[in-house]
Ligand binder design. Structure first.
Ligand SMILES: Cc1ncc(COP(=O)(O)O)c(C=O)c1O
Length: 377
């Protein structure tokens, strides 16, 4: 029983087949494989765009969430002393790039507490607005908090950002693929998302989505040779095309800086096909029913559920705080030995099932917990 999609997806058979086909093509044709791979990546671009409600021109492929956020954090045309809002207890992928940008561009980071967003959203919004009204260039937040599974009220946050002239940059890796996320409807300016969790791909290919009017204002600080217009012309179409002055594309794919992960891109394409067939609202409903069945099992055993009371604030993640005195590392090991795949990020017990999980699994988890919690002799 595997319920750790918030960690990494075990890849589905069609995804494995897509990767295998790419590897076979590479083994037999070398660089000749690249044409098919580029076509497949363009297909993935359109599908990923549809998944988050933007156009294909607003998608750029990156290695992982971090590289996407880094391109955004370094690409904003900062002025010295600009301020950026980040939040406490965020996954570090959405912290380190902002710290680096702060270091390089002499910015000030304002770290807001996350606690109010769990039990008092109006207070969270009021705290955010109090900082925004004093002048902030960007707000960086995860769509879903990696530890607790809290889904942030992005529409309300973006309204405040609009009102006070701040960009909203979202780490979307714990949402896209399991939680419906319509970027224009939520008012998100840019997001970054790795491919190896809820999307169902593998490490090495994720994406950024950047609103067209935001992309034209970015400075392409992490650009490389494939970020220019017509990057392949000099390799394919004869002499005279090797130039160093072609402009860098002023759209999301400026972040595509060099040779890309061919097999990982093919994997993402196949993975997004699967999600589209199943439908994100249907997947989300399925996962919530799974959570509904498991939650009381753990509460009965004395665990505290961290699931949001507001259904709109729920996600694919269901986490629990263990009863006082319980060794969570030991419990996780014993659950693993019983074949239960879950995680313990910063000490909470986290389950994150996806479309392939069966609602009946709560019984198996209950048995494994009973065994794991038995006093050790
Ligand atoms: C919220 C969040 N952001 C980012 C990541 C991963 O970042 P990256 O794709 O750069 O490895 C994770 C988990 O690994 C996460 O939970």
């Amino acid at each position: 029983m595997y319920a750790n999609y918030a960690g990494m997806t075990p890849i589905a058979a069609p995804v494995e087949e897509a990767m295998h086909a790419t590897v076979v093509e590479l083994a037999t044709r070398g660089v000749g494989a690249i044409g098919t791979a580029i076509a497949r990546r363009e297909a993935a671009r359109a599908k990923v765009a549809a998944l988050v409600g933007v156009t294909a021109e607003e998608i750029g492929f990156v290695t992982n969430t971090t590289s996407g956020i880094r391109a955004l954090a370094l690409g904003i045309p900062w002025r010295r002393g600009d301020r950026v809002v980040i939040f406490a207890r965020e996954f570090p992928a959405n912290v380190t790039p902002w710290q680096r940008a702060a270091d390089v561009f002499d910015l000030r980071l304002e770290r807001l507490p996350i606690a109010p967003w769990h039990d008092d959203v109006p207070r969270g919004l009021a705290e955010l607005e109090a900082v925004l009204r004093t002048g902030v260039r960007a707000v960086a937040v995860s769509a879903v908090q990696f530890q607790t599974g809290l889904r942030m009220p992005l529409a309300a946050i973006s309204q405040l950002c609009r009102r006070w002239g701040a960009l909203l940059v979202v780490d979307a890796i714990q949402a896209v693929g399991v939680v419906p996320l319509d970027m224009p409807a939520l008012g998100i300016d840019a997001l970054a998302c790795g491919g190896h969790k809820w999307l169902g791909g593998v490490t090495g290919c994720g994406f950024v989505a950047i609103r067209a009017d935001v992309a034209v204002r970015l400075r392409p600080l992490v650009a490389g040779w494939t970020s220019h217009g017509d990057p392949f012309g000099f390799l394919l179409r004869g002499p005279g095309l090797l130039r160093a002055d072609a402009p860098i594309r002023a759209r999301a794919d400026m972040v595509e800086d060099g040779a890309f992960a061919l097999a990982a891109s093919a994997a993402l394409d196949a993975a997004v096909d699967l999600l589209a067939q199943l439908g994100i609202p249907e997947i989300y409903g399925h996962v919530q029913r799974w959570h509904d069945l498991l939650e009381p099992v753990l509460v009965e055993l004395g665990f505290k559920s961290l699931r949001a009371a507001d259904p709109e604030a729920r996600s694919g993640i269901l986490s629990f705080r263990a009863p006082n005195g319980l060794n969570i590392v030991g419990l996780h090991e014993r659950l693993g030995a019983s074949g239960i795949g879950c995680a313990i990020p910063d000490g909470v017990l986290r389950f994150s099932p996806h479309w392939s999980n069966s609602p009946a699994e709560h019984a198996q988890i209950a048995d494994a917990l009973a065994l794991a919690l038995r006093p050790q002799s």
